[in-house]
Design a protein around this ligand. Structure first.
Ligand SMILES: [Mg+2]
Length: 262
């Protein structure tokens, strides 16, 4: 009988422990995220469907005539069962961009920046905030974006395509942290330990962006180009327009009564 009571007590103890877990896991509220945004010392942006309006790899695929095949694979990859690196590798093997094709693509398709991003980044720069681009996309496609936004190349963390000496496609650099699942979080950890950032904010449309917080101190979900249901649901602060972030910085944001909801 006593043994039975002890068993019940142990069971209840573990039950209460598990009940308390969600509150441990819960990180920041919307109000806390806004406060973090206003006082951030570093801001990291995802690129595809965040800073630019489309997905660079899909655009490149369409340019070389492999659009349908690659977008089918992208959907499959997003459905799970494939690591990020496998998905990247399999799509690039279809595209096989040569250095000439890549140059042609860059010259013919200037990056389609998301409205408001230029104003937002220059506002952050004026305030002395360090701005980074962290992307699973390719440096060759992201450098032109960074140039328009006055973000130094040292502040880009993305993948690199490799070429043979004759310019043919030779694979991609598998040593870049952004070429593997969880890579964005690793880059943020690195930045935080190198520069001792106290308030680093990650902004992006995707689940991999949301997963990078923590280590990012806050995450802002961006739905201005595409809206991912999991991100819309999971992000403490989900925005549909960069103007909302600009308003929050220059003090013109309306005082939302729903700030207390989360
Ligand atoms: Mg994205």
């Amino acid at each position: 009988m006593r043994f039975y009571q002890l068993g019940t007590q142990i069971f209840q103890f573990f039950q209460s422990l598990f009940r308390s877990l969600p509150s441990v896991k819960m990180t920041t509220t919307r109000a806390q995220t806004k406060e973090m945004w206003r006082t951030a010392d570093a801001v990291c942006f995802d690129v595809d469907s965040t800073v630019i309006q489309n997905e660079g790899i899909d655009e490149l695929a369409a340019f070389v005539g492999a659009g349908d095949k690659v977008s089918e694979l992208t959907k499959k990859a997003m459905g799970g069962g494939m690591t990020f690196r496998e998905a990247l590798s399999i799509r690039l093997k279809i595209i096989r961009p040569s250095i000439n094709q890549l140059t042609d693509f860059i010259n013919h398709r200037p990056p389609a920046l998301t409205p408001g991003i230029s104003t937002l980044v220059s506002l952050l720069h004026q305030r002395g905030v360090d701005v980074y681009l962290i992307s699973g996309g390719f440096r060759e496609l992201i450098e032109p974006v960074a140039k328009i936004l006055n973000i130094p190349n040292d502040n880009l963390f993305c993948n690199r395509i490799k070429f043979y000496y004759d310019g043919d496609y030779a694979g991609f650099d598998e040593h870049q942290p952004t070429s593997e699942s969880g890579g964005k979080g690793r880059v943020i950890n690195l930045l935080k330990s190198k520069y001792d950032y106290k308030k680093l904010v990650m902004i992006g449309d995707g689940a991999t962006d949301m997963e990078a917080s923590p280590p990012a101190d806050a995450f802002i979900g961006f739905g201005g180009n595409v809206q991912r249901p999991a991100v819309k649901k999971g992000a403490p602060w989900f925005i549909e327009n960069f103007q909302e972030l600009i308003n929050e910085l220059d003090g013109t944001a309306e005082d939302n009564s729903d700030d207390m909801e989360s």
